[in-house]
Write a protein that binds this ligand. Sequence first.
Ligand code: HEC
Ligand code: HEC
Length: 325
Amino acid sequence: MKKVLLAVFTVVLVAILGFVLFVNASTPKNYNQEYPISDLKVEPDSARLARGEYLVYGPAHCGHCHVPVDKLEALESGEKVPMTGGFGLEIPPGVFYAPNITPDKETGIGRYTDGELYRMMRYNITPSGHAAFDFMPFINMADEDIYSIIAFLRAQKPIKHMMQPIELSFLGKMIYAFDGIKPGKPDKDVPKTIEEIESIAYGKYMAYAVANCRGCHTNRDLKTGEYIGEEYAGGLVFGPDNLSGGWQFITPNLTNDAETGIMAKWTEDQFIERMRSGRVHQYSPMPWLAVADMKEGDLRAVYRYLKTVKPVKNKIDETAIENPE
Ligand code: HEC
Ligand code: HEC
C-alpha cells in the first residue's frame, strides 16, 4: 500500500514539477507569420499631425500609461509631457511597463516601421510579435486616425530612455503558455475614415473605439479582459493597487436607466460641465484631463450616443471607497 501511495505521490510531484518547468520555459507565441507586417508608409501632412496630437493627448489618452509616474501631474495640468515610457502597471498576470514611444532609434519607436506600429494599434501585436494584454483598446479605430497618431508620434523629439521589459508572474506565464492572449479582433466594418461631426455615430466611435468609455464602464473579467457585463452599465472594479493610495474605484452606470443610470439624471449641458470640470478623486483611474480637454462637439456626440445605449438597471452605490475590507 505504502509503495502504491509513494508511486502515486511521485507521479503527481513529477507532473507538477514538469508543469512548472514547462510554464517557466515557455515564451509568448510569436504572431509574425499569421499577421505579417505591411509596408505602410504614412505621409505626415498637417491635417494628420493636428488630428494625431488631439487624439494622443486628448481622448485616446496615450500619456496616461506612457509617461513616467512622476510626470502624471504635469500631464494632468495640461503639459505635453513626452511619452518616454510609463510606470509599472501591476495586475495579477504581472507588471507591465508601457514602453518609450518617442521616436528614439535605440529605445523608442524609431526602431519600428509604420507597418509595425499599425499592427500594434489594430491587432495589439507588439513589434516583437507577441499579443499584448488588452491595455490599448484601439483595435476599432479608423485607419486614418491610426495614420494620424503614427504621423504625430514620429514628429516628436526623440528621447533616449529604455523601459524595463514586462515581468510576467507565474499566472501571466501560464496564460501565455496556453496561448490565452490572442491578437485583437477588430469589427468587420472598421471605417477607413471618420467624419468629425456631432452625430450619434461619431459619439459611438469616440466612446467605443477611441476614448475607451466602454472599456472601463462595462464589467470585465480582470484576468483576461473579457467583457462580462452589459455595455456601459458600469461595475468594473479598480484596485486598491500600487497607484491608488488605498482607494478602490468602481465605474458608474452610464446608461439611460431611469433609476440607476447617470445619463437619465444629467442633461447634455450638465454632462459637458461635469466632463470639463475634471477629476474629483486624486487617484481615480479615469483619464479626467484627457476627457476634460475633448472638443465640445465630441463630448456632445458622446452624450447623445450614450442616451441611445440600451438602459440597464445596475445600481452602483459608491464609485470611490477608501480602504475597502
Ligand atoms: C492603459 C495603458 C495604455 C494606454 C492608454 C496606451 N498604452 Fe501603449 N502600451 C501599454 C503597455 C502596457 C504596452 C506594452 C505591452 C506589451 O509589451 O505587452 C504598450 C505598448 C505600446 C506600443 C509598442 C511599443 C513597443 O516598444 O513594444 C506602442 C507603439 C504603443 N503602446 C502606443 C500607444 C499609443 C499610440 C497610445 C494612445 C493612442 C497608447 N499606446 C495607449 C499601455 C498603454
Ligand atoms: C480608465 C478607465 C476609465 C475610462 C477610460 C473612462 N472612465 Fe469614466 N470613470 C471611471 C471611474 C473609475 C469612475 C469613478 C471615479 C471617478 O468619478 O473618477 C468614472 C466616473 C465617470 C463619471 C461619473 C463622474 C461623477 O461625477 O460621478 C462619468 C459621467 C464618466 N466616468 C464618464 C466617462 C466617459 C464619457 C468616458 C469616455 C469619454 C469615460 N468615463 C472614460 C473610469 C474610466
